[in-house]
Structures are given as C-alpha cells and as structure tokens.
Design a protein around this ligand. Sequence first.
Ligand SMILES: Cc1ncc(COP(=O)(O)O)c(C=O)c1O
Length: 367
Amino acid sequence: MGNTIELAQIKLTEEEISAAMAVLRSGALRQGKVCDEFEKKFAEKVKAKFALTCSSGTAALHLAYMACLQPGDEVIVPAFTFIATASMVTMTGARPVFCDVDPQTWVMDLKDAESRITEKTKAIAPVHLFGNACDVAGVTKLAEKHNLYVIWDAAQAHGTISQGRDIGCLDDFVCYSFYPTKNMFTGEGGMVTTNNPDFAQKVKFLRTHGQTGKYYHTILGLNYRMTDVEAAIGLKQLDRLDDMLAARRRNGKMLSSGIRNIAGLVPQQVTEESDHSFHQFCMLVNPEEFGMDRDELGARLGKKGIATGVHYPRGLNQQPIFEQLYGQVSMPVTESLCDRILALPVHHGLDETACQRVVGEIKRIKA
Ligand SMILES: Cc1ncc(COP(=O)(O)O)c(C=O)c1O
C-alpha cells in the first residue's frame, strides 16, 4: 500500500501561518482592518460590488436570508445539498420548499423548482453543488419571471465560472464558506457578496447585533463577525487560490477521463458554458454494471489507502427534522443519487501520479 490519499488537504503554508501570527502578536484579534482588506480583495477577485466577511458559511446564508425574508415566506431549496442551505431559511421563520435536482448535473432542476412556486415564494436558493455551476441564466430568468430574490449557495464554489463570469458577482447574494475542506479556507469563516448597497449595509448591521450606531440597535442581529486572524489567512489564500483551483481542475479532468470507460461509473456532468471548480469529484456507482455498490467500492479503496466520502447519504427532504416540520415529500432523483454517490480525492495537494493511482486501483478492484 502506498501513501494514504486523503479526501482533503488542510495545511496552511508558512506564509499563512506567519500572517496569522502577526495578527496574534499585534493583539488586534477582533474584526478590523485585516477583515476590511480581505473583503476588498475578495470583492475585486469575484468582481462583486461588496463583500462582507462573517463567521461561517452557515452565518453567510443566515445573514442573506435575514436581509430579504419575512416569517411565513417560502424559499425554493434543492433537496440535494448540505443542511445549512435549508435550515437557515427555517431559522428566519420562513419555510424551505424542497425541489429535486437534475439527474446529470445534480444542481437544481428548474422545471421542478418552478412547479413548487406559490404566492408565498419570495426567494430561490440554488447551490453550485461540488463546484458545478447552476444554470445561471435559467435561474435568473425564473427569478425575474416570479419576482424572487436569489441567494446563491457558493460554499463549495470559490472560482466556479459560468458563461465567462465568476459566480461571485451574481445578484442578489452569494454565500461562501471557508471551512477547512473548501477550495479556500480560513479555519471557520464565511463571506457574503452582493451588488446591492442596501443589502450590503443590512448584512453589515445584522452581523453585529443590528447595531446601526454605538449601542444603538434598530434591527435584531447576531454576532457573526470574522476575526482578523482568519482574515489574514484568507488574504494569503486568495493569492494562491488560482493555483489551488488549477490543481483541482487538472485532477478533476484526470479522474473524469480515467473512469469514463469503466462500466458502471458515471461522473457529475459539468453544466454547459461553465468551469467546474472541483470542490468534490463525485461519481455514481451503478452496482449491476460495476459489480459492487458504492459502499463496497469505498471500503475496498479504503483498504488500499484511498479515502472516499458520501455527500450526501440522505436528501434534505428525508432528514428527520424536516419531515417532522414539513411532512414527507418524495424527491426521486435526489434519493437515487444518495444511494449511489461516492466522492474520490481531488484536492489541490494531489499530483497526477496520485490521480493515476486512484483510477488504477478502481480498475483493479473491478477486474
Ligand atoms: C453547500 C453548503 N452550504 C453551506 C455550508 C455551510 O458552511 P459552514 O460549514 O462554513 O458553516 C456548507 C459547508 O459544508 C456547504 O457545503
């Protein structure tokens, strides 16, 4: 067995550690000038008018939802995503209404989404799942037709491109996570980008207890601030984001072409006119054709020192808390993906030899 190939590489560079140490030594630990600089550089990078740091991707979603929703509103959310996309809707007093995803690209199925719009629907929350861009033009058209806000969940999509543009510049809100496994990371951390000055102002107030003047509160908010320690790491990560993305994309393409001719394995289809950022490389394992199911394949790769993951084993429609709150609803595509999906390592720390080893082991296991 060669070296272990992990699913993520969570390692800071010496430069990132030094930047964090410099903030620690300065004693200016709270949200301050370094956060301001991180926001400025991040907004420039994605070409958004405003970027606001916050404490996590979950906080980013909560802030965006709080900035545009009222209790009783409905938000269309794909069932195949991480819980925060939907749970933060519930936390605002609004209701997530689940829709299914496309069987090939695994992002929001817009026909199904439209069929679930009611007079209460206020917003739509598409997720660029695993770094694969949603149908941005389709979502924008749907939102305009039904007068909906769009909250893009880009927790997994730093660097994802759609129709030549970074998805961070889209209206109304784009929400990022900097959790350590993500395309860029700060520890915990998040960012909201927007082009709307009123939304930017509102998010700023909401992340600091709705404080519009010193100890003066005109709306209710939370403490969702980032610290300058995390921002210092984030700034340095931004400098190497393009290199990390290039490695992910090279690895994603190698894995795709490596498994393409293996019967029973189907990778996520990249959406048209987009550049996938490969936060995850996931594939479907069809047991009849491949000869075993994804759990067995994952276990056998594990024995060879290759880590795999299951994102996600259960759709949000089938999470006990949502069944309890909103009743049972069937999402056939989501449910079928959950049964067959398997993630392979694709992170920026892997080289071509490692990717070849992953494909080679899969071929040997099948043979
Ligand atoms: C799609 C999606 N949305 C939101 C989040 C929440 O981000 P965080 O873990 O930073 O709160 C995640 C994190 O895994 C995610 O994958």
